[in-house]
Structure formats: structure tokens, C-alpha cells
Design a protein around this ligand. Structure first.
Ligand SMILES: Nc1ncnc2c1ncn2[C@@H]1O[C@H](COP(=O)(O)OP(=O)(O)O)[C@@H](O)[C@H]1O
Ligand SMILES: CC(=O)N[C@@H](CCC(=O)OP(=O)(O)O)C(=O)O
Length: 292
């Protein structure tokens, strides 16, 4: 009896948070790294189904970088990353589409359904909600670095995503877009895609589920977690090399999105059980909060 009363107490404690986030959109980016761990992925999806059930509106954007690299190795193609982005030629794009819009998107959608939620995959065919254009990166001497079929999201089909949320479905979006002018499919860094969607939807929160507990001053030491990261500190850490690889586009995109109105952005460890619920339904929060 005592146990049951304690459980009811916990539910009541969450009531204030549930009310606060009711009907508010939270964009959740599922990183390829956390998806490498099936148990962690399942628990993240259970939390997402919980959120939807209590009236929040979760929208999922996923990557799958590790799975793409594995498929490339099988095809004997060497991955080439430039400033955290994958150089994408024709053969690589074919693999990216098969893995992201095909396997990963279907897998997540099916898992949500298996857990008892309702999900809709918004992969490129037949339903695409992300549109964009080819991008380049600035080189050290001001020259443009070509990335092949890599794009930036410039337009989001907000109505389709919101209609699904209102209908109680969780939209599952892979990090690819279509160039409306040319019809060309483009590979998009999943962190920048998540930021574009959060901004377009005016999301209350954007949460990155990764395989690290947040941004660290020593990337290999979890005890060096930075709880709150502002622009000045982030830029210094990128320059010094403390923030490296996939963390560079993640942090850069977060800073841009904050400047455009999404109020809360967090990078948390998707392998920590219920990290998503802890982030949303407790005062203390977990991981790194990015602030301006
Ligand atoms: N300063 C840092 N703090 C934490 N992780 C870092 C840092 N710099 C680089 N990383 C790397 O960034 C990775 C997370 O980014 P990424 O590979 O894009 O993962 P995800 O698939 O979750 O988006 C970590 O696994 C870590 O190796
Ligand atoms: C252009 C670019 O780099 N695209 C990424 C898309 C997937 C991704 O970002 O996945 P994670 O979130 O797991 O890193 C890639 O090809 O790996």
C-alpha cells in the first residue's frame, strides 16, 4: 500500500510539469550514436510515447551517422568528414537514403508502434517535409569547400508536422531534404535539421539525445561536463579543439537557433535511462544547456 501511495505521489509531483508542457512542441533529435544501443533507443522511445500520452507534442528528427558509415564500409567506400559533415558523392547519397530514409526511419516508427504509441515516418517518398539547398563550407582562406550532395534546410512543411501532432501521432523525420528547384535529394547533418525544424515549429524545447552526457571540456572525461554553455565559451572551445568532430555542427546550430527564438536547448545522454523525462519533468535537468 505504501509503495502504491509513493507512486501516486510521484505522479502528482509531475502534474505541474505536465500542465506546463501540455500542447507544446518538443523537438527531439535522436543521434546515431545512441541508436547504436537498442536498449537505450527503446527507453528513449518509451519516454517519447509517455510525453505524447500526457499531451505534449514530441517531434523526432533522427540521424544515423554510425549506420551510414557501416554501410559505406560494406560497400568499400571510405567516409570523408569535413568539419563534422560527410562528403556525399552519388554512391554515398544512395547509401545515405537507404539507411536514413529507409531502414532507420522505418525501424524507429515500428518501435514506437510496438511500444503502443502512434508514429508516422516522414521519409522522402512519398512524404517529404524538409526542403533545402546545396551548401558549401568556408575554407581557411575564404575559399568554398564543396561537400557534394549536402544541404541545408531552408523550408519546413509545418502544417503536415503539426497536423500529425494534433492527431496524436509522433512524426519521425530523417535528416535528408529535397531541393525543390532541381528535385535533388540532399544529405543534411541531423543536428542542423533538428534545429531547422525546432525553429520552424516555434518549439518550446529542443533536446539532443547523444552518447555523451553533454559538452565536456575533456571530451573523454564525463566528469568535465559543462552544465551551461554560452556562445563565447563555445567558440573558444571549438577554436582550442576541446569541442571537436560531430559536436561542432551540433553546438554551432544550437547557437543559431537560440538567436532565432527557440527558448531551451539541451544536449543529454540518451543512454541514461529516462534522461528525457528527467530533463523535462524535473527542476535540475541533466546534461548541457546551451544559452546565448
Ligand atoms: N567537447 C566535447 N564534449 C563531448 N563530446 C564531444 C566533444 N567534442 C567532440 N565530441 C564527440 O561528439 C560526439 C557526439 O556527436 P555526434 O558524433 O554527432 O553524435 P550524435 O550521433 O549523438 O549526434 C561524442 O560521441 C564525442 O565523441
Ligand atoms: C551531411 C552529414 O554529415 N550528414 C549526416 C547525416 C546523419 C547524421 O547527422 O547522423 P548523426 O546525428 O548520427 O551524426 C551523415 O551523413 O552522417
Amino acid at each position: 500500500m505504501r509503495d502504491a501511495i509513493e507512486k501516486a505521489d510521484v505522479l502528482i509531483e509531475a502534474l505541474g510539469w505536465i500542465r506546463r508542457f501540455r500542447n507544446k512542441v518538443t523537438v527531439i533529435k535522436l543521434g546515431g550514436s545512441v541508436m547504436e544501443n537498442p536498449d537505450a533507443l527503446r527507453h528513449c522511445l518509451i519516454d517519447i510515447v509517455f510525453m505524447e500520452t500526457v499531451g505534449m507534442r514530441p517531434v523526432v528528427i533522427h540521424g544515423g551517422g554510425a549506420a551510414i558509415s557501416r554501410a559505406m564500409a560494406e560497400a568499400k567506400i571510405e567516409p570523408n568528414f569535413i568539419q563534422g559533415r560527410r562528403y556525399t558523392d552519388d554512391a554515398t547519397l544512395k547509401i545515405v537514403e537507404e539507411v536514413l530514409a529507409g531502414q532507420v526511419c522505418s525501424h524507429i516508427t515500428q518501435e514506437v508502434e510496438d511500444i503502443g504509441g502512434r508514429a508516422m515516418s516522414l521519409n522522402l517518398d512519398p512524404q517529404c517535409v524538409l526542403f533545402g539547398e546545396r551548401m558549401t563550407l568556408p575554407g581557411e582562406n575564404g575559399e568554398e569547400i564543396d561537400l557534394g550532395h549536402v544541404g541545408n534546410v531552408t523550408e519546413v512543411d509545418r502544417a503536415t508536422i503539426e497536423n500529425l501532432c494534433y492527431a496524436g501521432q509522433v512524426p519521425i523525420i530523417p535528416s535528408m531534404c529535397i531541393d525543390k528547384k532541381t528535385g535533388q535529394k540532399l544529405n543534411v547533418n541531423a543536428d542542423t535539421a533538428a534545429n531547422a525544424v525546432a525553429e520552424a515549429l516555434g518549439a518550446e524545447k529542443l533536446v539532443f539525445l547523444s552518447d555523451v552526457n553533454g559538452v565536456r571540456t575533456d571530451k573523454d572525461d564525463p566528469d568535465t561536463l559543462v552544465h551551461s554553455l554560452n556562445r563565447e565559451k563555445a567558440e573558444a572551445m571549438i577554436k582550442s579543439g576541446q569541442i571537436a568532430s560531430g559536436m561542432i555542427p551540433k553546438v554551432e546550430a544550437c547557437l543559431e537557433t537560440l538567436a532565432r527564438g527557440v527558448s531551451k536547448i539541451h544536449i543529454i545522454d540518451g543512454r541514461l535511462r529516462h534522461s528525457l523525462l528527467l530533463e523535462i519533468y524535473t527542476n535540475t535537468g541533466v546534461g548541457t544547456e546551451i544559452v546565448l
